[in-house]
Design a binder for this molecule. Structure first.
Ligand code: ADP
Ligand code: MG
Length: 339
C-alpha cells in the first residue's frame, strides 16, 4: 500500500464539489442562500441553457470586504459560525463554508462585490480552483457572482446532466422555495432572457403563492396562524378541493429555510385525512418558527434535511392546527345551508 497523504486543497474541493454541487440548481441554491444570509432585499437570478452555460446571482446585501474576498473561496471559511457552540443554534442558511470553494473548483467564477457605498469594490476571478484576478473595481454595494461553464473540468459529471428543460425545472423549484420562504425579498428568475418568476418583496406570502401556483390556487388558500410555547406556525393551507397529484405542493419552511421532512408531510396529510381523494395531495405553505436549538440543520451537505429534537410534539401541533382550521372551513357551507 502507498503511504497516507493529506489531499491538497484543490482535490479536496473537487471531492466536496461532488456533494455540494450536484447540478446547476445546487449552485443556484447555494448562491441565493448566500444572498439571503447577506440580508439582501433584492435578488436577481439569471441563467442560460439550464444553468450549464451561465448562472448569475446579483444581490444588494452586505457585500464582502476587500480583504475577505479571497478567503470566501477557502475551504471551510465562513463568516457565519463564530464558535463551535453556534453549530447547535444556527440562524443562517449557510454555515459550512463549502459552497464557494466547491463551485469554484468545477466552474469559472467571477465575483464582483462591495461592502460599502463608495462605488468601489473588488473583482475576483477563479477558474477551476485557481485564482486569476483579484483587484479593485467599480461596484455598487452588494454582490454579483457569475458562474460560467459549470463542470467544464469534470466531464464525468457533465455527462450526467439532463436536458436544459430538466435542469431549468430544478432551478425553478429552488427559486420557488426561496420565494415562499422569503416573501420579504424581491426575487426574480430569468432564463435565456425570459422572466420565469418575479416577486415583489413586500412580505405578502399569498402574492408569492399566486405568482407560483396561479391566482386561482391562491384564492383557494386559507391563512393559518397558531402558536404554542415552542412553535409558531404561519402560512396558507389549501382547501381540500384544491388538490395535486404529488407532494410537491406541500412546502415546509423552518426558520426561513425550506426543508423536506417526512414526519411533517405525514402530519399534514393526517390533518386532511378523509377530506382528500385517494392519491391526491394538498397545496400547503407552512412557515414554522422555533428556537434554533430545537432543529438540527447539520444533517446533510445540502441542508434540505433536518432533525427536530421534539419531533412528535411538533408533528402533533402541526396536525392539530391544520385540522382545526379545516374543520372550520368545512363547517362554513353547512352553516350557510341551514340559514
Ligand atoms: P457559507 O455560506 O457556509 O458561510 P460559502 O462558501 O457559501 O459558505 O460562503 C463563504 C463566505 O463568503 C460566507 O460566509 C460569506 O461571508 C461570504 N459570502 C458569500 N456570498 C456572499 C454574498 N452574496 N454576500 C455577502 N457575503 C457573501
Ligand atoms: Mg453559503
Amino acid at each position: 500500500m502507498a503511504h497516507i497523504v493529506v489531499l491538497d486543497e484543490h482535490i479536496a474541493n473537487q471531492i466536496a464539489a461532488g456533494e455540494v454541487v450536484e447540478r446547476p440548481s445546487s449552485v443556484v441554491k447555494e448562491l441565493v442562500e448566500n444572498a439571503v444570509d447577506a440580508g439582501a432585499r433584492k435578488i436577481d437570478v439569471q441563467v442560460e441553457e439550464g444553468g450549464l452555460q451561465l448562472i448569475r446571482v446579483t444581490d444588494n446585501g452586505s457585500g464582502i470586504e476587500a480583504e475577505d474576498c479571497e478567503k470566501a473561496f477557502y475551504r471551510h471559511a465562513t463568516s457565519k459560525l463564530l464558535s463551535g457552540r453556534d453549530l447547535f443554534q444556527i440562524r443562517s442558511l449557510g454555515f459550512r463554508g463549502e459552497a464557494l470553494p466547491s463551485i469554484a473548483a468545477v466552474a469559472k467564477v467571477q465575483l464582483v462585490t462591495s461592502s460599502n457605498d463608495s462605488g468601489l469594490g473588488r473583482v475576483i476571478v477563479i477558474e477551476g480552483g485557481s485564482l486569476k484576478q483579484n483587484e479593485e473595481t467599480a461596484a455598487p454595494q452588494g454582490t454579483d457572482i457569475t458562474i460560467k461553464e459549470l463542470f467544464y473540468n469534470t466531464p464525468a459529471r457533465l455527462k450526467y446532466m439532463k436536458t436544459i428543460q430538466t435542469e431549468l425545472g430544478h432551478i425553478s423549484d429552488v427559486m420557488y422555495r426561496q420565494a415562499l420562504a422569503h416573501p420579504e425579498i424581491a426575487i426574480t428568475l430569468r432564463h435565456n432572457g425570459n422572466t420565469l418568476l418575479q416577486t415583489q418583496g413586500n412580505g405578502d406570502l399569498l402574492q408569492v403563492i399566486a405568482s407560483i401556483y396561479g391566482i386561482n390556487a391562491s384564492r383557494a388558500m386559507v391563512p393559518i396562524a397558531a402558536d404554542n410555547l415552542d412553535y409558531k406556525i404561519n402560512g396558507f393551507v389549501g382547501r381540500p378541493d384544491l388538490t395535486r397529484s404529488n407532494r410537491s405542493g406541500m412546502s415546509t419552511i423552518v426558520n426561513g429555510r425550506y426543508i423536506r421532512n417526512q414526519g411533517l408531510y405525514q402530519a399534514i396529510l393526517r390533518a386532511y385525512h378523509t377530506l382528500l381523494p385517494i392519491n391526491r395531495y394538498p397545496l400547503v405553505v407552512l412557515q414554522l418558527e422555533m428556537h434554533p436549538s430545537l432543529v438540527d440543520v447539520n444533517v446533510h451537505p445540502s441542508k434540505l434535511e433536518v432533525r427536530f429534537s421534539k419531533e412528535a410534539e411538533l408533528n402533533a401541533f402541526v396536525e392539530e392546527s391544520i385540522r382545526r382550521l379545516l374543520q372550520g372551513q368545512v363547517l362554513i357551507p353547512q352553516v350557510v345551508k341551514q340559514t
